[in-house]
Design a protein around this ligand. Structure first.
Ligand SMILES: NC(=O)c1ccc[n+]([C@@H]2O[C@H](COP(=O)([O-])OP(=O)(O)OC[C@H]3O[C@@H](n4cnc5c(N)ncnc54)[C@H](OP(=O)(O)O)[C@@H]3O)[C@@H](O)[C@H]2O)c1
Length: 236
């Protein structure tokens, strides 16, 4: 399936995986609408890609999502990569951790975005969410819970929204700005350790996940799946 004639909305498109996905989609001839909160970063993304329309949206705000889809108009494919950064906590700190924030910034934001897209989503549309693998890593319980809940919603959504297709890509460690919250030394150590641990011998790049998202958009016979794109991290 070519991307000519497709109009893809990417929410979370100003950096990392979303930005690379928007770039690949535009390269394949799709019309792309990029959404995220910061006007400056969005405009820079459109400039970098060399095309697309930027619409500011806060995915944690239902009114903002409604306005986004209203302005974007009819869309053939929806990709949601947005997330709050940070949010990890060790077990001993969970009582004080911002657990609601972990769900608001990911699970709830994605589910609301899907719901509010429906009036403008084509009958043959694809919806692709980006979740996160759960790897038994200390300190990641809030993120694993929020993303696991979102992954649990993929199958019922795929049945309910059929013949539209609903899938998710579940990345492992991807070297993006998401990790900027982690102090530089600890980040470099973590990247090194993960690269040694994963079977493919390296961490992921945004391009790896973007390619997986495109594959799910293009393959009209795949729905209701959570597709791991983690270099085999889940096997370790
Ligand atoms: N990087 C990894 O190792 C990794 C691993 C597993 C899963 N993932 C998942 O992959 C997805 C993309 O992550 P990434 O690494 O590309 O992160 P990123 O570089 O931080 O990108 C996140 C994007 O979401 C936007 N965003 C955040 N909150 C938003 C909101 N409320 N409304 C609208 N846009 C919002 C950000 O732009 P603004 O801040 O300008 O709004 C940015 O464009 C996330 O869902 C993440 O959980 C990443």
């Amino acid at each position: 399936m070519g991307m000519d004639g497709r109009h893809v909305a990417v929410i979370g498109a100003s950096s990392g995986i979303g930005l690379e996905t928007a770039r690949l989609l535009a390269d394949r001839g799709a019309r792309v609408t990029l959404g995220s909160r910061d006007r400056g970063r969005l405009d820079a993304a459109v400039k970098e890609i060399g095309g697309g329309t930027a619409i500011v949206v806060d995915g944690e705000d239902a009114a903002s999502l409604r306005a986004f889809f209203g302005e974007a108009g009819p869309i053939t494919d929806l990709v949601i990569t947005m997330t709050r950064r940070g949010g990890g906590a060790l077990a001993a700190d969970l009582a004080e951790a911002d657990l609601e924030g972990a769900f608001r910034g990911k699970t709830i934001a994605h589910l609301r975005a899907v719901a509010l897209a429906l009036p403008t989503l084509a009958p043959d549309a694809s919806v692709t969410l980006v979740t996160a693998g759960s790897y038994s890593l200390p300190g990641t319980a809030p993120l694993a819970a929020a993303n696991g809940a979102l992954e649990a919603a993929i199958r019922p959504l795929a049945v309910e929204l059929a013949p539209r297709r609903v899938n998710a890509v579940s990345p492992g460690v991807i070297e993006t700005g998401w990790w900027d919250e982690v102090p530089a030394d600890a980040r470099q150590n973590a990247f090194k350790e993960f690269a040694q641990r994963v079977p493919v011998g390296r961490n992921g790049q945004p391009h790896d996940v973007a390619q997986a998202i495109i594959a799910l958009i293009e393959n009209g016979f795949v729905t209701g799946v959570v597709f791991p794109c983690d270099g085999g991290l889940r096997l370790t």
